[in-house]
Design a protein around this ligand. Sequence first.
Ligand SMILES: O=C1O[C@H](COP(=O)(O)O)[C@@H](O)[C@H](O)[C@H]1O
Length: 250
Amino acid sequence: MTADDRGAPEPAVVIHPGKQSLADAAAARLVVALLDAQGVSGEAQVVLTGGSLGSEIIRSLTGVLGRSAVDWRRVRVWWGDERFLPRGHADRNDTQNDEAGLSSLGLDATKVHRVPGPDEVDTPEASADAYAETLARHGAAAFDVLILGVGPDGHVASLFPHHDAQRATGTPTVAVHHSPKPPPERVSLTFERLAQARETWFLVAGEDKADAVAAALRPGTDRWDVPASAPRGTEATRWLLDTAAGAGLS
Ligand SMILES: O=C1O[C@H](COP(=O)(O)O)[C@@H](O)[C@H](O)[C@H]1O
């Protein structure tokens, strides 16, 4: 079944003049989405991403926006993918988010769910299994906001073009070996779990991403070729771009 079969709305595209304005606008949008989610269910669930923009949005949140009405202790935090590296390693997505100021938001540490690394478990498989268990324990509900970056090759989370990890079904997480982008070992949410989000946001900046963005948004693109073409939020899918990343769109 595709996202369209489930009645997911078509993606909406918003183009911002530059990377910073994109990050600031996405942070403002996130504050509103978290407030709405807390208003409805008491707790908001957000999935973060690494990469340049994934951390830039955190940096924006720690400014004026971070001192908003959001009760950060009632925000549950996940990651869409993680590099299988020890906690604190500079190349881990969560480390990049930490360095951007994640901890200064006032989150409840017991609600910040990091993907285990080789300092905690032996293999990416064990890490993926442990993360799946944590998701089952705390994350049965759909994510409120799923934030995704996109690589120049069209990868999303750690699901790469023509890579076996895309095929994982019946599980929320998958171990990724031989990633074409270093580091080679990773853990990712699967397409099935990425589909369980109310709002899915792609944050993309830079001219090196323009072709991937255009391909992902072209009707009929196969996710095997361009994984970023697949994830859709059940209520909204937003492509938040800067001018350079949107240059290939008509
Ligand atoms: O490897 C990864 O890449 C993507 C995109 O990163 P970017 O720096 O090109 O924006 C990122 O979203 C993902 O979390 C990460 O593991």
